[in-house]
Design a protein around this ligand. Structure first.
Ligand code: ATP
Length: 302
């Protein structure tokens, strides 16, 4: 029924193939997972259904004692991580190649939909943001997802995208943790890199970044200043309107998604501030100053 054409990628737990669906006359992605791991992912995908434009739907699945095969809609433009990397090699920044506002709207919509059904993704990152041929975003890989808002799992997801409170085995809000990962995913889309990395202790175990990462310490001291030093200052030859837009998106990400205080992360406020500025025309930086709290470096510039 399905003819495998080529492997797309091997993830940590699975291999994904591009295949031809003879019956449906279309390409599909086949994700092959060891049997002991598949149940949660399939159950989550069932709850999510095929009803959301920005969630990669499961079309079918097959299982035996050793493996399970998820048949997924095929996203021909691959994942956001590869897209940003390919653009970078061609000398194009993510913020030029991607309509980051539209991407943010679509990812937000997928997150909101999942959360409204009680599902937290718990591994939002560029590798799990797929791009379909018509340019839509499809949030994928629900293998780490849970159907509850609160947990204390200290070892879930991908370190560079995990929110600080998830490392220590204390109770945290999975939905707010998703907001943080969403924020870092957008920063990766804009700039092709993320700032926070875990270390290794002498016994080989992971040292969570909130304990050991200099960038994180700087971010805690002054998050807007850190963003300026890490992301904005190194940018060259970006015109001033574009620069204002990038700064505005960064500022909104920092205020509403990357807040150290998880309780203050706010998805709706994030989208609201993003939409606010998109209706502004040239020179909007000057008008913006009165509408949102701008980082100090933008005030200096204007
Ligand atoms: N439907 C799809 N269409 C196109 N490519 C896909 C699709 N699903 C997955 N891929 C590709 O395969 C990669 C791995 O898929 P996925 O993240 O689902 O596997 P995984 O084993 O759970 O990965 P990991 O645990 O390492 O995050 C994705 O990053 C993407 O590049």
């Amino acid at each position: 029924m399905y003819v495998i054409i080529e492997p797309i990628q091997s993830g940590t737990f699975s291999t994904v193939y591009r295949a031809w669906d003879r019956k449906g006359q279309r390409y599909v992605a086949l994700k092959v997972i060891p049997a002991e791991l598949y149940r949660d992912e399939i159950e989550t995908m069932r709850v999510l259904g095929a009803g959301h434009r920005n969630i990669c739907p499961m079309l079918d699945f097959y299982a035996d004692e050793t493996n399970c095969i998820l048949v997924l809609e095929y996203c021909s433009l691959g994942d956001l991580c590869d897209f940003v990397e390919i653009s970078r090699r061609r000398g194009v920044h993510g913020f030029t190649a991607i309509n980051v506002r539209e991407m943010a709207r679509q990812i937000r919509s997928a997150i909101w939909y999942a959360h409204s059904r009680g599902i937290a993704h718990r591994d939002i990152k560029p590798e799990n943001v797929l791009l379909s041929a018509d340019g839509d975003v499809k949030l994928a890989d629900w293998g780490h997802a849970v159907r509850c808002q609160w947990s204390s799992d200290a070892d879930i997801g991908t370190d560079a995208y995990r929110s600080p409170e998830t490392f220590f085995g204390k109770r945290y809000d999975n939905f707010k943790a998703d907001y943080w990962s969403f924020g870092l995913t957008l920063l990766y889309a804009l700039f092709g890199r993320t700032p926070f990395n875990c270390g290794r202790k002498s016994d080989g175990t992971i040292d969570p970044y909130p304990n050991c990462c200099e960038n994180f310490a700087s971010f805690v001291r002054d998050s807007h200043q850190f963003m300026y030093e890490f992301y904005i200052k190194p940018l060259e030859s970006v015109d001033s309107d574009r620069m204002c837009e990038i700064i505005h998106i960064c500022s909104s990400v920092v205020e509403n998604l990357l807040n150290i205080d998880a309780g203050k992360r706010n998805l709706d406020e994030f989208i609201r501030t993003l939409e606010n500025s998109s209706s502004q025309t040239n020179g909007y930086a000057f008008q913006l100053e009165s509408s949102i709290r701008l980082p100090p470096f933008l005030r200096l510039k204007s």
